[in-house]
Design a protein around this ligand. Structure first.
Ligand SMILES: [Zn+2]
Length: 157
């Protein structure tokens, strides 16, 4: 990180704080050459460990492309997908881990996707939770129904 005033390469950190979204760290730095102060925003690293063992940097666009398939033909807008990916990233970063399994990312997607579109949720869940039979689908649908009925009951009171 070069000093924006004199281009010196060295600076020392005088203050660090996590940004509100939890995804980046705001650092107040002081140049060791000219003594002037400047602020940097640094994204904290978050790696996803794939089933193959390969790690890659977490990316919202990967979350979106994974979910988009499940949303085919559903009334889901690009904006909805962007918001969902943000929710997922914030939920994962809130755990404070530097690495996460790809499967965990998939599981983290389930809850906001369930809010977004129940059919897309069922499609996605069938892959990530490894639905193997009609009973698995029935159970998931039953749980969606119970939730819906619970909400309807709440509205009545
Ligand atoms: Zn400087």
């Amino acid at each position: 990180m070069h000093c924006p005033f004199c281009r010196n390469a060295d600076s020392r950190v005088v203050d660090s704080r996590t940004a509100e979204d939890g995804a980046s760290i705001r650092r107040r730095r002081q140049c060791t050459a000219c003594g002037r102060r400047f602020t940097t925003m640094e994204a904290t690293s978050l790696s996803v460990i794939k089933r193959s063992g390969v790690t890659e940097e977490f990316s919202r666009s990967k979350v979106i492309s994974g979910v988009r398939k499940a949303c085919q033909g559903r009334p889901v807008e690009e904006d909805d997908l962007a918001k969902l990916a943000q929710t997922v990233e914030e939920a994962i970063r809130a755990r404070g881990v530097a690495e996460i399994d790809a499967d965990e990312v998939g599981l983290t997607i389930l809850s906001p996707l369930r809010e977004l579109d129940q059919v897309a949720y069922l499609r996605f869940a069938s892959v990530y939770q490894g639905f193997e039979s009609l009973e698995d689908f029935e159970e998931a649908i039953e749980s969606l129904r119970a939730e819906r009925d619970g909400r309807a009951a709440e509205k009545e009171f």
